[in-house]
Ligand binder design. Structure first.
Ligand SMILES: NC(=O)c1ccc[n+]([C@@H]2O[C@H](COP(=O)([O-])OP(=O)(O)OC[C@H]3O[C@@H](n4cnc5c(N)ncnc54)[C@H](O)[C@@H]3O)[C@@H](O)[C@H]2O)c1
Ligand SMILES: [Zn+2]
Length: 337
């Protein structure tokens, strides 16, 4: 796959033969004026609540109603929701058509547009129905971040923080002054994160060998929080931020890392402006039930990707449920915001 940085003027310079743009209403509002006029556009409602089978079906029906075939190439322009949902459409509509990702949120640039995973959520769990779909191209253009609201930038930085703990501690250096970061800095951050993810995905494209699993640090608990919230009151980045804190407490309880790790991560989250606690943590039974339904459960028990020291992450396949409960209670009672 061609993963390339492009100049904003060039994002829509070269177009595939039969293009169809699918985006969301916010992105259309911010960037509609630079879209090529001759290309049809479909805009979905923004937000995680669009990542459903119902929305998937609605889009497929619009495609049939308008006579789109396998010769169509979809350009998915947006954040992780557009990328995951439309990627799943591209993987399945008429058994698959070509897709080009144009990520516009930081989350999508550093993470979701890379690695070929596409999915929708079920009420029972996050990303429970999905596929692997390789795009023909990923066009990365950090200039799209100019219109991204600061809270959404912070949301994406949760994944940057994740990369710093699972792979490259120096990425933390970018976090401090993020609000004033230049396009050039974003280039570097996105490039480094994309390299880490591409490297892991190349070695383990279909998530079979415990290599790609490292990317799930914070996500077992984080996805459970999102499910408990009905995908409404917490952003993905906020959820995995708290998830990283809780999972690091589990790691300390298991004796595979120091007690300081969770505090250090909580400090980083505060610096970014992300929460370290949530009323959702009161619902420990619901969280544990969601974890038990998660894809990351194995026949051996609950699998958690745990950071042993900054820069090193390992998969532990049999983490005791009781320790996860204790960690949830501890974070709920000790983290300030
Ligand atoms: N497939 C993967 O490997 C993977 C990895 C990480 C996250 N994800 C998924 O990604 C999703 C979260 O992605 P997200 O945080 O991008 O959410 P999102 O797509 O909902 O985007 C966040 C918000 O920003 C708006 N937005 C996006 N780009 C904008 C721009 N340039 N200007 C103004 N507004 C803009 C959107 O309309 C939305 O309101 C979750 O569903 C998560 O599970 C998937
Ligand atoms: Zn994530």
């Amino acid at each position: 796959v061609l993963t390339e940085f492009v100049d904003p003027r060039e994002v829509f310079h070269s177009m595939p033969a039969n293009p169809l743009i699918i985006t969301d209403e916010n992105v259309l509002k911010a960037w509609g004026s630079i879209l090529p006029e001759s290309v049809p556009v479909i805009a979905i409602k923004p937000g995680e609540t669009s990542k459903t089978l119902e929305e998937f079906q609605r889009i497929c029906e619009r495609l049939t109603d308008n006579g789109y075939t396998r010769e169509t190439t979809i350009m998915a322009i947006g954040g992780g929701v557009v990328g995951d949902l439309i990627g799943f459409v591209a993987a399945t509509y008429m058994r698959g058509l070509d897709i080009i990702h144009v990520p516009t949120s930081l989350m999508a640039m550093v993470d979701s547009s890379i690695g070929n995973k596409v999915a929708v959520d079920l009420p029972a769990g996050k990303n429970l129905v999905g596929a692997f779909k390789k795009p023909v191209e990923i066009r990365l253009c950090p200039n799209f971040l100019e219109t991204l609201p600061p809270e959404e930038v912070a949301n994406g930085l949760a994944e940057v923080l994740k990369y710093s703990y699972i792979a490259e501690p120096s990425l933390r250096d970018y976090l401090k002054g993020w609000a004033e970061a230049s396009v050039k800095t974003w280039h570097q951050v996105i490039g480094e994160c994309a390299d880490i993810k591409l490297g892991l995905c190349l070695l383990d494209p279909e998530d079979r060998y415990d290599i790609r699993a490292k990317l799930n640090f914070g996500h077992t608990v984080g996805h459970a929080l999102e499910q408990v919230a009905g995908y409404q009151t917490i952003r993905h980045g906020e959820a995995i931020g708290i998830g990283m804190v809780v999972e690091s407490v589990v790691a300390a309880e298991m004796g595979v890392t120091s007690c300081e790790l969770s505090m250090k991560i909580a400090q980083d989250l505060r610096m970014i402006g992300l929460p370290t606690n949530s009323p959702l943590l009161n619902e420990e039974n619901a969280i544990v039930n969601a974890i038990l339904r998660d894809k990351k459960r194995t026949s051996e028990g609950i699998a958690l990707a745990l950071v042993t020291e900054p820069g090193t992450c390992k998969l532990y396949k049999d983490c005791p449920e009781s320790l996860i409960r204790e960690a949830i209670v501890q974070v709920r009672n000790t983290c300030s915001s």
